[in-house]
Design a protein around this ligand. Sequence first.
Ligand code: ADP
Ligand code: G6P
Length: 501
Amino acid sequence: VVSRTACNSKGSMIVVSNRLPFVLKRNEKTGELERKASAGGLVTAVAPVVIRGKGIWVGWPGIHLDDPNEKIPESDPNDKTPTAGLLSSKIVAIHAEPKLFDSYYNGCCNGTFWPLFHSMPDRTTFIADHWRAYIKINEEFAEKTVYALKLLKQSEEKNCTSPPIVWVHDYHLMLAANWIRQRAEEDELKCKLAFFLHIPFPPWDIFRLLPWSDEVLQGILGCDMVGFHITDYCLNFIDCCQRNLGCRVDRKNLLVELGGRTICVRPLPIGVPFDRFVQLAHNAKTVLSTSQKVILGVDRLDYTKGLVHRLKAFERLLEKHPEHIEKVVLLQIAVPSRTDVKEYQDLKEEMDQLVGRINGRFTTPNWSPIRYIYGCVGQEELAAFYRDAAVALVTPLRDGMNLVAKEFVACQINNPPGVLILSPFAGAGEMMHEALICNPYELDDAAEVMHRALIMPEDERTVRMNHLRRREQVNDVDNWMKNFLKAMDSLEEEADDIGAT
Ligand code: ADP
Ligand code: G6P
């Protein structure tokens, strides 16, 4: 049976996420597959634990292969990223028929769950075929995870005492845990199951719009521990479990009971690799050759990031405070994202037009107000932008956490430092109190906040930034990982009894 015996953090870990920590690309000249590493915070934190603990990563390689048995290549010998040590024997890749995968990824994950969980029901589609694809692909992930558990069992029987942790990530895989539990039970494979949601969990009034809401909750509750970035999302989830499924719940201790099992719900706010960003900021060459103050935005091109509101608020700043004309530029870097989804294609159009209109309106012979990069920039260049910007604009309409705010703060090594403007609708807004908080929907106010940031005295900037940096340094991504492992270790005591509802 799936065991609840005390697991300590020395056990192995199987990470299950939609994407592997790298994508595979086919080299056009040689025809060989090559790895392209990803550099996100999750990968930085989790990959070393998987490598050290001889774990396995289950995920999609980012390419549809004609031959699913084609061998995954080892990493490039010059690869310095955290995934370099992840041998291909420690990777279990998901392969799916392209149309089915499209309905799952573009249809259900990014057409249904992404907008709904960001409380944007008007952008959400509910299509039964997409949901069926979601079920099938989640089953495939569950199958592959059980296969990974068997591989671990074979390799570890003699020297490993604690059962492996299976850690399922994000909204792509909300059904997988329950099947992993059932199949592991059938095959007498021991494990501890955890799920972490990297996006918000919405309030019941929004969640109940989902025709398949009960199934999603039951899927997640297949785990022993469920993590969210902040307490609000934990409470939303608990509320939904109680109201949809009639579960007994304990809001004080964040517990949910289902089918005789007790599931722990935990706020685990993710951090960034703080010291790595500091190092990058120290080493990075200057890339911003401008005498003007730079207001910086760095985002995936996603409608949740509030980019259209941001540009309009910047336009309002130039209208209301013409003293900033020729003195300030807005540098917006937007990474192409989910380009097969219509909402994202429409946003790209809207951004192109808006940038053109605002630049057309305000440009002088020597200056344009907006510089817009539609593309990805390297880590070092990114650190230089963060370091040299006077203001960072992190103004999502809704965001699970937002790592850009934290990366910016880490890179603020100049004296005097810049100013962070942050939306209260990002999870990061819950702890980064010393940022200037700005409601992105209120354009006049957002323009005033930008003005305030631009004229803020040096000593106030320094005090605010010092507080922000200290907190992010302590609560970095390694600390997140430690807190997760600690929460898994203490499952036994927590789950003993459920108190008052
Ligand atoms: P999300 O997970 O919704 O994309 P986050 O702000 O939490 O939002 O994380 C985004 C990550 O992507 C950050 O680590 C950031 O450095 C990276 N990123 C965002 N935009 C760019 C860009 N234009 N070039 C390179 N990296 C980017
Ligand atoms: C968010 C999600 C991640 C996802 C990332 C990029 O951060 O929480 O799970 O990987 O966006 O999106 P993509 O669709 O390109 O994987």
